[in-house]
Ligand binder design. Structure first.
Ligand SMILES: C[S@@+](CC[C@H](N)C(=O)[O-])C[C@H]1O[C@@H](n2cnc3c(N)ncnc32)[C@H](O)[C@@H]1O
Length: 250
């Protein structure tokens, strides 16, 4: 089987790589989400071909050179996992111009939508990685290098037999903690009551992350998501309550 063309944003064929963590913690098991495909419109494809090589990359085993990718030194860096179509990503980034934002998503049409917005609105502080957020953190982000991690409206996997696919579990929390600098912030939001109960039980499970609750007025990073996302909008329509969580790396 041939490999995808470099710079095309296509992930290699076959089963995606999965790190074996042998720390006794719980990690999401590979679900069908990992194989999510999607086609782009001709316009999106043209835009992708032109701008993805500069603004995006796929999961690799190489650490991201943040300073050269963003073309500056000394800026804070935040990774957003599961950016979807990038609604909050693109709304927040201009409000935090001194922060490098790396949006990680599996779904190519979502990334194409964000890429389009980044180009049209000339947003200079967003870059994108296509891949599983767990693998991107494990393989591409050096330890103690991030100022923040965001996970907004992660797939709730409502059925009990799918709970093991949820991204908020002891393993990812430990991995996130290891990638944050001291004082770094993890920000999670969900509109799913069942997922909120699940997270409530995990807020203190990772000892390197001190749970700060919500709101946390002295939080050193932007916590206002600016606009309601597509998923949040749907949640609000159903009278769902949005629950937000903040932790500080010790
Ligand atoms: C419910 S959507 C929310 C999207 C966006 N954060 C928002 O609020 O509109 C969840 C997104 O997470 C992505 N996703 C799920 N698991 C992921 C993973 N392990 N790594 C990266 N993205 C993931 C899905 O493809 C989907 O786009």
């Amino acid at each position: 089987m041939t490999s995808p063309r470099p710079g095309s944003g296509e992930l290699p064929h076959g089963r995606p790589p999965q790190t074996e963590f042998d720390d006794g913690l719980d990690y999401p098991r590979l679900g069908s989400v990992t194989f999510r495909r999607g086609t782009l419109t001709d316009n999106q494809q043209a835009l992708f071909d032109e701008h993805w090589p500069r603004l995006g990359t796929i999961l690799t085993d190489e650490h991201i050179d943040v300073e050269s990718w963003f073309g500056r030194t000394g800026a804070k860096t935040i990774v957003e996992i599961g950016s979807g179509t990038g609604t909050s990503t693109a709304a927040m980034a201009p409000k935090e111009p001194d922060t490098n934002v790396i949006a990680v998503e599996l779904y190519k049409p979502g990334l194409a939508k964000l890429l389009g917005q980044v180009v049209r609105e000339d947003i200079s502080n967003i870059r994108m990685v296509r891949g599983d957020g767990i693998e991107v953190l494990a393989r591409m982000i050096p330890p103690a290098s991030l100022d923040g991690v965001r996970i907004f409206f992660a797939d709730p996997w409502p059925k009990a037999r799918h709970h093991k696919r949820r991204i908020i579990q002891s393993g990812p929390l430990n991995l996130i903690a290891s990638r944050l600098k001291k004082g770094g912030v993890l920000h999670v939001a969900t509109d799913h009551a069942g997922y909120a109960e699940w997270i409530d039980e995990l807020v203190d499970v990772e000892k390197q992350l001190q749970y700060k609750g919500w709101p946390w007025p002295e939080c050193p990073q932007l916590t206002d998501r600016q606009i309601i996302t597509k998923f949040e909008g749907k949640g609000l329509d159903k009278d769902h309550v949005i629950k937000e969580y903040l932790w500080e790396k010790q």
